[in-house]
Design a protein around this ligand. Structure first.
Ligand code: MN
Ligand code: MN
Length: 323
């Protein structure tokens, strides 16, 4: 049976109509949006990147895209916090999953870069659903080719700027050292937000600064509040093209239990949603949400958080496209 999409006057195809087909029924795309091949063109694509061969602890983020899509069924067409109807303001689609090799990381990185490259261009933007954090590197490579060096705003409990792990250069703990070495980010305009937990060595922090990052530590959040965090981020990125990478473990395990390397004392989902909304006037060009490993979830807590974070990012990108 044909999907009953909402169709707006200008030809934009919205979600499957929640008043005609209940939200729990029908095929599962992100927010019940049309697939890329169902429309003539699109402005914003949500794409799955089910790759988790770069993990160092709990595996399972390869099932993240499917879980986030399932949890996104409840997303509705109007975003009151931003006063935007994202699926009307721009054509938003689900571009499916990028198929990548689970046994050869270098081959997978090339497949992901090619997949993202094929989705962007002509002002189109992509929100990628991981997958483990390894996927951010090929996404940044593809976006760098389009936009030049990016101001990276990286929400994570972890720095992800290790050099190697068990001699491996490409893991979910190394993407941002590689990105800095490859010149993909604007040194001095990039930041890690939400960092906490134990480290191997104090030197990890020194290395990180040399790679071009500043750190907004989670332990400072009670003092800073969402506005203070946001101020630090906005000062840092300026007018540069911005890429937002969200490791779901930036949230406290209370708000995101289903992830590979959980750390106590994290952000609330309310705080993170507020910081993202505050970034609406930055030059955001793309984003990812990674490290959702649904086998460790309870009542879709983590997947619902990820779906709502993706909705804010899509809302900002769609609003920019319509402006
Ligand atoms: Mn992490
Ligand atoms: Mn990470």
């Amino acid at each position: 049976m044909a999907e009953q999409y909402v169709r707006y006057d200008d030809g934009t195809v919205g979600q499957v109509d929640g008043m005609a087909v209940p939200r729990y029924a029908g095929l599962t795309t992100f927010a019940r949006l049309p697939r890329a091949e169902d429309v003539e063109s699109y402005d914003v694509a949500v794409v799955g990147v089910p790759f988790d061969s770069g993990v160092t602890y709990r595996p399972g983020a390869r099932f993240g895209p499917a879980a986030i899509r399932q949890a996104s069924r409840l997303l509705r067409p109007y975003n009151p916090a931003l006063d935007v109807s994202p699926f009307r303001a721009a054509q938003v689609v689900d571009a499916g999953d990028i198929a990548c090799n689970p046994f050869d990381i270098v081959a997978a990185l090339a497949q992901i870069e090619a997949g993202i490259t094929g989705l962007i261009g002509s002002g189109r933007s992509v929100v990628s659903l991981g997958g483990d954090h390894t996927i951010a590197l090929p996404v940044l490579r593809a976006l760098h080719a389009e936009h030049g060096p990016l101001a990276l705003v990286h929400f994570d409990a972890h720095l992800d700027t290790w050099d190697t792990y068990f001699d491996a250069p490409y893991t979910h703990g190394t993407p941002f050292r590689r990105a800095s070495e490859e010149g993909l980010i604007v040194k001095g305009s990039s930041a890690h937000v939400g960092i906490r937990g134990s480290l191997y060595d104090r030197g990890d922090l020194v290395d990180d600064e040399e790679l071009g990052f500043t750190i907004v530590h989670c332990r400072d959040f009670d003092r800073l509040g969402a506005d203070g965090i946001l101020e630090r981020v906005l000062d840092r990125v300026g007018d540069a093209p911005v890429y937002v990478s969200i490791d779901i473990d930036v949230l406290d395990p209370a708000f995101a239990p289903a992830t590979g390397t959980p750390e106590a004392g994290g952000m609330t989902s309310r705080e993170l949603l507020a910081v993202l909304r505050g970034m609406r006037h930055t030059n955001l060009v793309g984003a990812d949400i990674v490290e959702v490993a649904p086998a460790y979830d309870h009542a879709e807590i983590t997947a619902v958080a990820a779906a709502n974070l993706a909705y804010e990012l899509v809302s900002i990108l769609a609003d920019k496209r319509s402006a």
